[in-house]
Design a protein around this ligand. Structure first.
Ligand code: HEC
Length: 194
């Protein structure tokens, strides 16, 4: 006996129900539609793995925090008057401080040590200051330098924005209202020669 070949599906078959006099065909879903469905399933698996399983991407609140810091940094950078209050504010802004850290690493670390603990130039993370520890006083030293003592004037070299950024970076190691002490002079730390 030869098997009876299966009948080809009847593409014009009509579903049994009738609503409001309307009947429906019983057609196969089109391939483009199925293809789109499968793509979304594969994509969702990748998305879930990336954000939920490995937590590789930032979550919503993190993205918002970063974005707000970025906007605030742009606003602070655009503000013309730099006073103590706005410098403290800059020192709490992650984007601003990160920019300042980059300036510090390339421009200042050679004399003040990469950890800001002093070398040729003074320690910048203790509470002893030769030229005053208020934000505007620190900024003024960076801007104008202390030429007779070997601290270059950085304002004309790096410009006002980077000067404010690097000052904010130094201030991020301090807090407003901490006791400030006057240091008469900085004795350079010279590495011992062997
Ligand atoms: C060539 C070495 C050198 C470089 C580079 C340098 N400094 Fe200095 N800096 C000094 C010296 C020396 C002093 C001490 C001046 C004094 O004794 O009056 C000083 C003083 C300072 C002070 C004052 C500290 C205090 O106790 O009052 C600050 C703030 C400062 N530097 C920040 C910076 C920043 C920010 C940079 C980078 C943009 C920088 N310096 C780059 C040598 C340097």
């Amino acid at each position: 006996m030869t098997p009876i070949p299966p009948e080809p599906p009847d593409d014009n078959a009509v579903r049994p129900h009738v609503y409001d006099g309307i009947q429906e065909y019983d057609k196969r879903l089109p391939n483009w539609w199925l293809f789109t469905l499968f793509i979304t399933i594969v994509y969702s698996a990748g998305y879930w793995g990336y954000y939920e399983w490995f937590r590789a991407g930032p979550d919503g609140p993190q993205e918002v925090t970063v974005e707000i810091a970025r906007i605030e940094a742009a606003r602070l950078a655009a503000a013309p008057a730099v006073d103590d209050a706005s410098l403290w504010k800059m020192s709490q802004n992650a984007v601003f401080v990160a920019a300042g850290r980059a300036v510090y690493a390339t421009t200042c670390a050679s004399c003040h040590h990469e950890k800001l603990t002093g070398g040729i130039g003074p320690n910048l993370v203790d509470q002893l200051w030769v030229h005053g520890g208020r934000p505007t006083e620190i900024l003024a030293v960076v801007d104008k330098g202390v030429l007779a003592k070997g601290m270059p004037a950085w304002g004309p070299v790096i410009g006002p924005k980077k000067t404010a950024e690097v000052t904010a970076f130094m201030l991020s190691f301090h807090r407003e209202g901490e006791p400030i002490q006057k240091q008469d002079a900085w004795v350079p730390i010279v590495p011992a020669l062997k």
